[in-house]
Write a protein of this length. Structure first.
Length: 288
């Protein structure tokens, strides 16, 4: 399993914090990759949405929702800087894209993977562009998505010959998500329904703790994505459902250990057992 630390907008619009988060995720936590977000807010939001107040004012970085989103947005050039910093730190760079302009800008950077968030997985004009113009993996979350819509999405990628480049993520869209709403067995359902049609199955979690992610690996998820922050008390919507560095480090450690453990015995009696067998194993005594 590969662990993606979703920095998203938890950098508070500060490039210094963003670079620090990359360095901590790579060096201390040992993640496979990090993920940011890219939005062209004037394309994504209509005028009323742009000028509306933030629904949770204490989390807002601007006087309107649109200005809040602009305050957290990095330019394509800044994303290029972050990608270069990721390469320096030895960790994969990726980004979610929320609109066609953002998809074009991120695809031009040629990351190893691009993420389609649950909110945008029916944005087929954007995904058509990526299918035609971007050659890397496309990761896609299926939170708040019906079974009919999932079938439509996978069929769309099949029609472009890109289904094997697609990674589907089981996901419940909430921040944070109660354990009874995580619905981990959706991983098995996605495997049964789409496992032979797409590239891989992953899990995107917004719950608390790391036990669920370990179970996701045991159920067959090959990627896990968790929101990442340096401080869960920072202002912003996603921090409460994020892991701090110690939590992300423990997740990566436990994932690596579980991957070693998920195996059949290589032989009937392992070498580590042989000494104990000789010392402890009861055997019937031969009759004289």
């Amino acid at each position: 399993m590969r662990v993606i630390a979703e920095i998203g907008c938890n950098h508070k619009g500060d490039m210094g914090i963003a670079r620090q988060m990359v360095s901590v995720a790579a060096g201390y936590c040992k993640v496979y990759g990090v993920k940011f977000q890219k939005r062209h807010n004037r394309e994504l939001l209509n005028e009323a949405q742009y000028n509306a107040p933030h629904p949770v004012p204490e989390n807002s970085y601007g006087t309107t929702y649109g200005l809040h989103r602009e305050a957290l947005e990095f330019t394509q050039e800044q994303h290029a800087e972050l990608k270069a910093h990721c390469e320096k730190e030895g960790v994969a760079y990726s980004s979610s894209v929320w609109d066609l302009t953002s998809a074009k800008e991120i695809a031009a950077l040629q990351p190893a993977l691009i993420k389609i968030p649950s909110a945008c997985n029916l944005h087929f004009p954007m995904q058509e562009y990526l299918c035609r113009e971007y050659q890397g993996q496309i990761h896609l979350s299926v939170g708040m998505t019906s079974l009919e819509e999932m079938e439509r999405i996978v069929s769309f990628y099949e029609s472009y010959g890109r289904a094997k480049d697609l990674v589907l993520y089981a996901c419940t869209s909430g921040y944070p998500v109660a354990f009874e709403d995580v619905c981990l067995l959706e991983i098995e359902r996605l495997k049964m329904q789409f496992g032979l049609r797409v590239g891989q199955i992953g899990f995107s979690g917004h719950h608390l703790g790391i036990a669920v992610d370990i179970a996701a690996l045991a159920l067959g998820a090959e990627w896990v994505e968790r929101h990442f922050t340096l401080d869960r008390t920072w202002k912003g919507t996603d921090h409460a459902a994020s892991l701090e560095p110690d939590g992300m480090r423990k997740l990566c450690r436990d994932v690596a250990n579980l991957e070693k453990s998920l195996a059949y015995k290589r032989e009937e009696v392992l070498p580590v057992e042989a000494v104990q067998r000789e010392k402890l194993k009861w055997r019937p005594q031969a009759h004289a």
